[in-house]
Ligand binder design. Sequence first.
Ligand code: NAD
Ligand code: UGA
Length: 434
Amino acid sequence: MKIAIIGTGYVGLTTGVCLADLGHQVVCIDHNPDKVARLKQGISPIFEPGIEDLIKKNLNKNLAFEVEIAPAVKNSEVIFICVNTPPKPNGQADLKYIEKAAREIAQFMNSDYKVIVDKSTVPVRTAEKVKETIMAYATEKTKFDVVSNPEFLREGSAIKDTLNPDRIVIGVDSDQAKEKMLEVYKPLIEKENSIVKIVSVRSAELIKHGANTFLATKISFANLMAETCEAAGADALEVLEAIGLDKRIGHQFLSPGIGFGGSCFPKDIAAYKKTLEILGIDYSFVSAVEEINRRAQENFLHKIEKELWVLDGKQIGILGLAFKPNTDDIRNAPALKIIEKLKNDGAKIKVYDPQAMANVKKLFSDIEYCDNPYLAAQDAEALLICTEWDEFKNLDLAKIKKIMLTPVIFDGRNIFNPQTVRDMGFKYSGIGRP
Ligand code: NAD
Ligand code: UGA
């Protein structure tokens, strides 16, 4: 099938590359010429395990990258909109890139039937607006449907999640569009037995906001339990492990830490809150999830202040800047707010991250970027773990202890065993641990 992808960020690039690898003829469009120039050379603009190999494998065969949208729209049967949907200051989803993409698509529609797919995360009833926009701006008589096909991939495992999805949600209101979408996913349905849920367009849009809000709720529940355990003298990991053994609850997304970040949970739950407000439904449940997430970070900072007392002039090492491991994405990364706060209090910051340092360098010029975790720990009065990269789990802690000025670890992701680390002579503070 001939497929166009508008927007080659984490979602568009992954979708385009995977659909090409499954045998479709794919052209990915992005209005950022630098990104497209790099992609044309087989260079991925993002760090995502496996993505560059798949780009190189399919490039110039059934995968192309272009800036110009016109030929892609004219020649494609299915057009995926994968542009960013950032939050407005009031939390509402800013749909200006969706609207712009819809207007651009409209301009180059011809008389061939096309399916326009909203893959970006959008509030319920956005597809209706996309349809109206295309109808308003189309220059030729067009035949098309707008479909909602939300994306559930996680950064760091995007390729795996796309090729082995838990489910594929297709929101369609026409049989013709349904058949086209089933053809798009036919290789996954046949080879991987992927589960497909065919639902209404509005339901599909709500499934996405619902799923992200539920996952964020699980994390905030874990962080609330961590607070409870710290106050009551219990161990949150023991408590959550046993709670998760109930098959109805499960263990995933019950790890307490310094809060969820990333480009999606914070913005998507804020957007869902706005939807509730618009529909006249009480949204205090969602506000509580946000509030606990905010506190998770605040509590971590309080512990550091309590232990170090005065931060002014103190050297602090930070390991992990990305919002989660296996990505270079720093959007809403908890580490950034922590750096900002410690810097404001006069601390001298040294950082290390296996992939995200180039992105952080664009934000902070007054912190020291280290080539390895040991340089970040050198002469530090405290070492903070902000992202649970595997590399940090296997650190030579005896060496770390020797090179730190005072051996104090604040483990924001519970990667170490408290007893082991304390037995080595560290002062150790995890999340929700006694
Ligand atoms: P991103 O910011 O990484 O990428 C968006 C891309 O779209 C950018 O490269 C931008 O240049 C391009 N773009 C914007 N308008 C364009 C236009 N008119 N024409 C051509 N290119 C255009 O965003 P992302 O992280 O890939 O997220 C995209 C959407 O998918 C968002 O709605 C997000 O909520 C959703 N989503 C993201 C993830 C994730 O893990 N990042 C997972 C599921 C869903
Ligand atoms: C999340 C969802 O998991 C995806 O299904 C969804 O498609 C995506 O958002 C999206 O809509 O963009 P992602 O943000 O890539 O994916 O990463 P997650 O693995 O969900 O982690 C999000 C944040 O939660 C990270 O900061 C992570 O550290 C934190 N987290 C996660 C916890 O603090 N505890 C946990 O138990 C799990």
